[in-house]
Design a protein around this ligand. Structure first.
Ligand SMILES: [Zn+2]
Length: 216
């Protein structure tokens, strides 16, 4: 199992892209603007998207992916997310006002996009690659993901702040190879940028990881 970081920033500009990771060649974790790093052929191969939450830096490219490759794919793109995330995206993005509902295009019987609800602690087996949802502590419904290939594990926290429930699970994972901790406003940010992040609570900011790191 290979994980390619396409974007990990909260914004854009220059080399910055927002959060998205490609697992092998067929699965995305989040669909931020990092997806624009992929070629059309690479986009066409994506069968599944696992979303951590519905903030725009994590879903910005989702409407465009399905619009771009929907007509040339034989199978619908499957989006795995919490029911609350699905509802928010259907209400506010795929609502025929901001973007068409691709769950009905070209038809309800044969859509370009389908939803698969996940709940906290659930494991989805993707051909031996196991995706388990992890608790997050964010301002909106959110999860992290534990990827287990049987040989090694990778954890992505998604957006969260200090979160004992998360580390309780992570500390029990055998063969944890790496952990992607989504942080905001690192110490290198300009003071103005750092203060802007104060308006968006429940992120891990520059100095926070000291208080929230895994212990094994
Ligand atoms: Zn967020």
């Amino acid at each position: 199992m290979q994980v390619r970081i396409l974007g990990c920033s909260g914004g854009i500009g220059g080399t910055l892209q927002t959060t998205s990771m490609l697992v092998d060649n067929d699965i995305l974790i989040d669909a931020g603007t990092g997806v624009t790093e992929l070629t059309l052929s690479e986009l066409e191969q994506i069968d599944h998207v696992f979303l951590t939450h519905a903030h725009v830096d994590h879903i910005a490219a989702l409407p465009l992916i399905v619009d771009t490759v929907g007509p040339i794919r034989k199978q619908p793109l499957t989006v795995h997310c919490l029911p609350e995330v699905q509802q928010n995206l259907k209400d506010h993005i795929f609502n025929w006002k901001i973007w068409p509902d691709f769950g009905e295009i070209p038809s309800k019987q044969n859509p370009s996009l389908r939803w698969e609800p996940v709940e906290l602690g659930q494991t989805v087996d993707m051909g031996g690659r196991k995706f388990t949802t992890l608790p997050a502590n964010h301002v909106v419904p959110a999860v992290g993901y534990w990827l287990d290939s049987a040989q090694a594990s990778f954890v992505f926290t998604g957006d969260t702040t200090t979160n004992d429930a998360l580390w309780k699970v992570v500390n029990k994972i055998q063969a944890l190879q790496s952990c992607g901790l989504r942080t905001s406003a690192p110490k290198t940010c300009a003071p103005k940028t750092r203060s802007a992040f104060a308006r968006y609570p429940r992120h891990i900011a520059g100095a926070t990881p000291r208080a929230t790191t895994a212990t094994s």
